[in-house]
Design a protein around this ligand. Structure first.
Ligand SMILES: NC(=O)c1ccc[n+]([C@@H]2O[C@H](COP(=O)([O-])OP(=O)(O)OC[C@H]3O[C@@H](n4cnc5c(N)ncnc54)[C@H](O)[C@@H]3O)[C@@H](O)[C@H]2O)c1
Ligand SMILES: [Zn+2]
Length: 343
């Protein structure tokens, strides 16, 4: 079992069978009730968590929200507020979100705003959730654009059970592996080496612990997202554009975005591991190139990136593995990067 501590208090608990261990919510005086939110894909685990908390003497209520992004809406948020009011949940109680990133994003937003803030606890049931979405205190719902409405609000505790992650379908494992590899590339060369030698067979406890530690560290140094936290956007400038253009899932698009960034970094910073990065990505079954997306759409979407300013696109680039920088990149360089990934 590993426990990583957040700068402002709270922690991530990572281990095998953590959901079976007593007291996994963390000690706190006066907690009487738990409102458990879950999603269809994690409903079995949600029920298990609810039963367990009931055994520990809490009064438990369970609600299943719509799946995926359909949960991240203000109307779902309102429905949950009304449910909590009906339950009479007070600030002594807690909200527990059991699911992937979309479920914990909306759980966190409800917890941040119900009664101006009530204890929130996440059980992250996807690999992407465990290494990325559950960590860092960004909560959000969608409104006209993704994640437009939200709050910075830290969960008191994040619980990751490796047994749950090992049972995930391959596609969800790969989604998370893309973000975990990203964490290694920006902050943990040993994690990159682990993926290089073991591919998708890499030990998930080590993957999650290392990747989560990279994010915990960056968030601890820059909670408000005005500095080093931006390193977590590695692969996301071009990746988001590719994802929005419609061809790939988020993790796949980030993989392509990292390959594109690798080409730019080689040109601008003399990054030596472009080929190595590409072959690790391919060995994880993630795409290094993309076909069938409209190049002009991708170009336009990169132009709209929020990290862009008058002087050009800002990208996270690696000087070396574990040494990220933020650099302005002109449009000719972006063009060469797009070519490197088949766009
Ligand atoms: N807050 C942040 O900092 C942050 C960071 C990255 C991503 N995100 C958000 O996270 C979301 C993506 O994360 P995600 O992929 O975990 O999303 P998700 O919650 O939509 O989960 C993906 C799918 O997996 C299913 N699922 C969950 N647990 C499962 C399990 N144990 N076994 C089988 N299926 C399971 C879900 O029901 C869903 O269908 C996006 O909404 C994104 O905006 C947030
Ligand atoms: Zn991402």
């Amino acid at each position: 079992v590993a426990e990583l501590t957040f700068a402002g208090g709270g922690s991530v608990l990572i281990g095998r069978g953590t959901l079976g261990t007593p007291g996994f919510l963390g000690e706190r005086e006066g907690r009487a009730r738990a409102a458990v939110l879950t999603q269809p894909g994690a409903a079995d685990i949600g029920r298990r968590v609810a039963r367990r908390l009931g055994d520990e003497g809490l009064e438990v209520s369970l609600k299943t929200l719509p799946d995926g992004e359909a949960a991240k809406t203000l109307s779902v948020v309102e429905e949950v507020y009304r449910w909590l009011i009906d339950l009479g949940l007070t600030r002594d109680d807690c909200i527990v979100g059991v699911g992937g990133g979309s479920l914990t994003d909306v759980t966190g937003f409800v917890a941040a705003t119900y009664l101006r803030g009530i204890e929130s606890i996440y059980v992250a049931t996807t690999l992407l959730g465990a290494v990325d979405a559950s960590i860092g205190g960004k909560t959000a719902v969608n409104l006209s654009a993704k994640n437009l409405i939200g709050a910075f609000y830290m969960p008191a505790r994040v619980v990751v059970d490796i047994d749950v992650l090992e049972a995930l379908p391959e596609s969800l494992r790969r989604e998370g592996a893309a973000e975990a590899l990203k964490a290694g590339l920006i902050g943990d060369p040993d994690l990159v080496e682990l993926f290089e030698t073991r591919g998708m067979e890499a030990d998930l406890f080590e993957v999650v612990t290392r990747a989560a530690a990279v994010k915990v560290d960056l968030v601890g140094r820059d909670f408000g997202d005005r500095g080093v936290r931006a390193f977590l956007n590695y692969g996301h400038t071009i990746g988001h554009a590719v994802e929005t253009a419609g061809a790939l899932s988020h993790g796949e698009a980030v993989a392509v975005g990292m390959v594109a960034a690798g080409r730019v970094a080689k040109t601008l910073l003399g990054f030596q591991d472009e080929d190595r990065q590409r072959s690790i990505i391919e060995s994880l079954g993630l795409p290094a190139t993309v076909s069938g997306v409209d190049a002009s759409t991708v170009r336009k979407l990169i132009g709209q990136d929020k990290k862009r300013d008058a002087a050009g696109t800002r990208m996270v680039l690696l000087a070396r593995v574990g040494d990220p920088r933020i650099e302005r990149v002109d449009s000719a360089t972006v063009e060469a990067a797009l070519q490197a990934v088949g766009i």
